[in-house]
Design a protein around this ligand. Structure first.
Ligand SMILES: [Zn+2]
Length: 461
């Protein structure tokens, strides 16, 4: 008896020690051409409800309007019992976001994204009766300016997949938004076309879950498109390679047979059933994520360590007390209470020629930098020292190495290590059949590198 109790106790301890595995199951609900995709969304929402699981349906604005005009209140109601996100206003109609954002900067790009996307957000609110919990870009048509616009529209979570930015295959903060993006080995997606591969997917899921349990918990990301369950090719091939056909010329995608579709639905159900067998697994929606993760602002506890790191390399600092972005670290060293501010709009350049800066002008430069950050809620691209400048990275390194007392401050070269989390593949990262042939967007990756000042891992509460 004692032995049995001990065994039970040890099992309980082992279970309690395992971190929670949060499965974010999301559906890009985007096909506004093929009406069968409406039924697919309804079927998936209903199947999952029966399993007691809530998913996140990221709905395209035009899809929501089409559901309304087709009188599909049944679909709208079924989806609204899950979580509703946003997946752009028109998805693949040209120009897609990366195409028009590529030639724009941070501020004008954000304004243009908001101008184009706000009507879609408003329609989602009107039709589903909720503010979308998250956004994710159509295809790989990603642009960092969307973060500024989405926060202004009240959308706090970025839920999608892509290669442009990523941090250790787990959620992170970037541009002020909580991201589930670039999830690498923690993306688990059963293949809908071959049920015999399911055991292999279960193994992959179990491996990912075990790893996350062992490190205190984390997220597995699983996604589909309702249209995939009823068609054999994507609905938006109408817009392939930049094509711009009139509505009357749009062609419906090829359909799966009814039997084929049943297999797809069954694969999804079997996958969810398998996931549910693990004690550590909880299905969560995009709306749950900000409640599960610590807030964007970290706590400053060790200024000396912050200074040491900023002097050597500008990147986030992950400590037991929480994670700090390079932006928060810089603000802390400037004597500010770290706030959620944006990265610089441009890459500054150092024109200061000396190796040292006298104490008084350096202190003035610090006051100037803090004043700029407070006033514009953004980091400066560079910091004036009299008539010359230090780039933000050089200024941060110089500030980090300063002892705060000596008569002169040695100028140090910046080392923006945080930029390594941004893709350098300007064509591969934007590969998508809908983009014009040969599309590349190095400008958007450059802008992302500047916003990497705000990058840091998200920490579970
Ligand atoms: Zn999509």
């Amino acid at each position: 008896m004692t032995r049995l109790l001990l065994a039970l106790f040890l099992t309980a301890v082992a279970l309690a020690a395992k971190g929670p595995v949060y499965v974010v199951l999301w559906f890009d609900t985007e096909d506004y051409i093929e009406p069968a995709a409406d039924d697919a969304a309804l079927r998936i929402a209903t199947d999952l409800e029966k399993l007691g699981v809530r998913a996140t349906f990221k709905v395209v604005g035009e899809k929501a309007r089409v559901l309304e005009s087709r009188g599909r209140r049944d679909v709208i109601r079924a989806l609204a019992r899950h979580d509703i996100g946003y997946h752009s206003n028109y998805h693949s109609i040209q120009p897609t976001p990366a195409l028009y954002l590529r030639s724009m900067g941070w501020l004008d790009g954000a304004a243009e994204f908001e101008r184009r996307e706000r009507p879609g957000v408003d329609d989602i609110k009107r039709i589903f009766g909720v503010m979308p919990s998250c956004y994710g870009q159509p295809g790989s048509s990603w642009g960092p300016q969307s973060c500024r616009a989405l926060l202004r529209m009240g959308i706090p979570v970025y839920l999608d997949e892509g290669e442009q930015v990523g941090l250790n295959d787990q959620p992170f903060w970037f541009g002020g938004m909580l991201h589930v993006f670039g999830m690498g080995r923690y993306i688990v997606r059963p293949a809908l076309n071959d049920e015999s591969l399911l055991p292999h997917t279960f193994e992959k899921f179990d491996r990912a879950a075990e790893e996350l349990e062992a490190r205190g918990g984390g997220v597995i990301s699983t996604y589909f498109h309702p249209t995939e369950f009823v068609t054999t090719a994507f609905w938006d091939m109408n817009f392939a390679k930049g094509a711009n056909p009139e509505r009357s010329a749009w062609k419906n995608p090829p359909r799966r047979t009814a039997e084929d579709s049943e297999r797809c639905y069954r694969i999804l159900v079997r996958y969810v059933e398998h996931a549910k067998t693990r004690a550590s697994v909880r299905f969560v929606t995009a709306r749950d994520l900000p409640l599960l993760y610590q807030s964007a602002l970290g706590r400053v506890t060790d200024r000396a360590r912050i200074a040491r790191q900023l002097a050597e390399r500008q990147t986030f600092l992950d400590t037991d007390a929480g994670a700090l972005s390079a932006s928060e670290m810089l603000q802390a060293l400037l004597g500010m209470e770290p706030a959620a501010v944006e990265g610089p709009v441009a890459r500054g350049e150092t024109t200061y020629r000396g190796n040292e800066i006298p104490r008084a002008p350096f202190e003035r430069a610090k006051t100037e930098a803090a004043g700029f950050i407070r006033a514009s809620r953004r980091l400066p691209a560079d910091v004036w020292v009299g008539s010359e400048k230090l780039s933000l990275a050089d200024f941060a390194a110089t500030l980090g190495a300063d002892d705060g007392a000596s008569a002169t401050v040695a100028v140090r070269k910046g080392n923006p290590e945080m930029e390594k989390y941004i893709s350098t593949d300007a064509s591969g990262s934007f590969k998508w059949p809908i983009h014009p042939d040969g599309f590349a967007a190095p400008q958007l990756l450059d802008l992302a590198r500047l916003q990497a000042w705000t990058l840091k891992p998200a920490r579970l509460k």
